[in-house]
Structures are given as structure tokens and as C-alpha cells.
Design a protein around this ligand. Sequence first.
Ligand code: SAM
Length: 294
Amino acid sequence: MTSLHAGHLEGSDFLQQDAIRAAVRETYATVRPTDRRVAERFYDRAELAGLPEDTVRIALGVGNPIRYADLRPGERVVDLGSGGGIDCLLAARHVGPTGDVIGIDFLPEMIDRATAAAAAVDAANVRFIQGEIEALPLPDDSADVIVSNGVPNLSPRKVRVFAEAFRVLRPGGRLAIVDLVLDHDLPPEIATHPAAWAGCLSGALSEIALYKGLRRAGFRDVAIERVDDFGIDECALYPLFSDDLLALLRSRVPAERHGSIAASVVVRARKPTGDEILPGRSMATNARIRRSSR
Ligand SMILES: C[S@@+](CC[C@H](N)C(=O)[O-])C[C@H]1O[C@@H](n2cnc3c(N)ncnc32)[C@H](O)[C@@H]1O
């Protein structure tokens, strides 16, 4: 695997972007459905009922964004980093036949897998498009809701990801993402470990950096709510964490933090409508929002 020398600078993007991107691609291109443990931790029996078994077994998120997205019939939902498609298939049930769901993933392997899953459950209102979350292949102001599950952390360009989400949302549109945040810097061996990056851990921001990144992108009413601790036992649920990496975590992370290396959070935010004059928003952003809401 590619080695990383990532500098984790609060409030800025990461260094060595190509190495990070290559490690993430390599990991998810080869991951296969394993067991139901991740899905059963975050989704209840009714949610999992009726989903293809492989979709359940390749759930790789860190929470359940659909529970927090308050989806309504007729809405258009975009899922950033849709993977095996579990959240798209669940979102499709909420938005119904008058709404639609678009999953974005940069790996053709994931797009094919998720497309087959949607076909298997006759979810005609779901489609998957190959693309990068840093350059979404979607028009401005075209989505009502953006969801994501354990993906912005994987990007070396998070500010860019948030800016793209903002661009694609219609004025008044909503964001509901689940991801990990860090309260303490990780030991350097973990912070630069490719599999720890691919496992959503090393790329995690602090809560304040996440808040600032979303505000900088233009979002308002940014609310970050802690859902759960994420410790070594949780890492061990994922096929992404090898025994070697788990051993490294046990030896390098102070014992009192083994149960809480990170925390899972749900992040909700809103793109302002055109007629809102908000303090802290630049004149250029105000003008752009006004133009796009006409
Ligand atoms: C941790 S998995 C989560 C998958 C899915 N959201 C879930 O909950 O099971 C991350 C997914 O995001 C995709 N991904 C990672 N970085 C991406 C990027 N920059 N652009 C598009 N997709 C990306 C990966 O290919 C993978 O399918």
C-alpha cells in the first residue's frame, strides 16, 4: 500500500493528497461483503428487512444518516460516497416514487454493486453515478438533501467537498451527514497509516474544524451532535482494520482512550435561501445565492 506522510493541519486541507486518494481507492476497490455486524450496529431490523444480503454485509458507514435527514416524499436526495448503496435504498423508501435518490461514488466497482442492489429490490427511483465528491457531476441547486455516511473524512480536500455539497443543494436545502471527529491528535504512526485513513479515522477533523469548514462553505444552522464513542472495539468491526493495525492502536493510543479514540457525530446544516442577509457571509456568496434562487 502507498505510504502516507500526511500533515493534519486544523482548518486547512491535507498534504500528500494523491497518496491519500490512492490509499482510499485501493482499499475500497478490493473490499468485499463480510458480515452483518456494522449494519446491525446502526440500522434496526425493520430498516434492514428487504435489503439484499450483500448490501447489508458491505455497510461501511459510521452511523445512520437517513434517521436524521427528515426525508419527505418527492425530495431529491444525493448520497456522497454511496458505497454498496445501503443509505440510498433506505432513502428511496422515504422519498417514494415522486422523489429520487442519486448515489455518487468514485469507484466503478461500487457503482456496479449498488446499481445491482437497486435493481434487485426494484428501486426505480435510485441511480448511481460515478464521480468524485470533490467535483460532483451534478448541476447547481439540484438537490433537496445531501446525506453521507463516513465519507468526507476520507477526502484530503474536505473544504472542497463541503463547497460542492453547498453548490449542488438548492437554496433552503439540507445536509445530514454522519462521520467521526477527533478530540485528541492521533499518534503519528496512526495518523499516517494508510488503512487508518481508509478506515475514516486518520482523516477525521476536530469538531470545531468541521464546524468551521461547513460555515466557510456557506452553510448555516450548523449543528453537530455526538452520537457515540468510537473505540478500538468499533474499529475491529470493519474489514478495513487489519489485526496489525488494531495491535498498533492498542500499543500507541493511551489505554484510557481505547474506548473513545474518536466520536461519531451527526452533522446537520442548511443552505440559506436567497433572501436571507446573514452576518459573516461574503458579498460574493450573497450575490451567488441570490442569483441561484431566482
Ligand atoms: C466508508 S465507505 C462508506 C460507504 C457507504 N456510505 C456506507 O455507509 O456503507 C466510503 C465510500 O466512499 C467512496 N469514496 C471515498 N472517497 C471518495 C471520493 N473522494 N469521491 C467519491 N467517492 C469516494 C468509496 O469508494 C467508498 O465506497
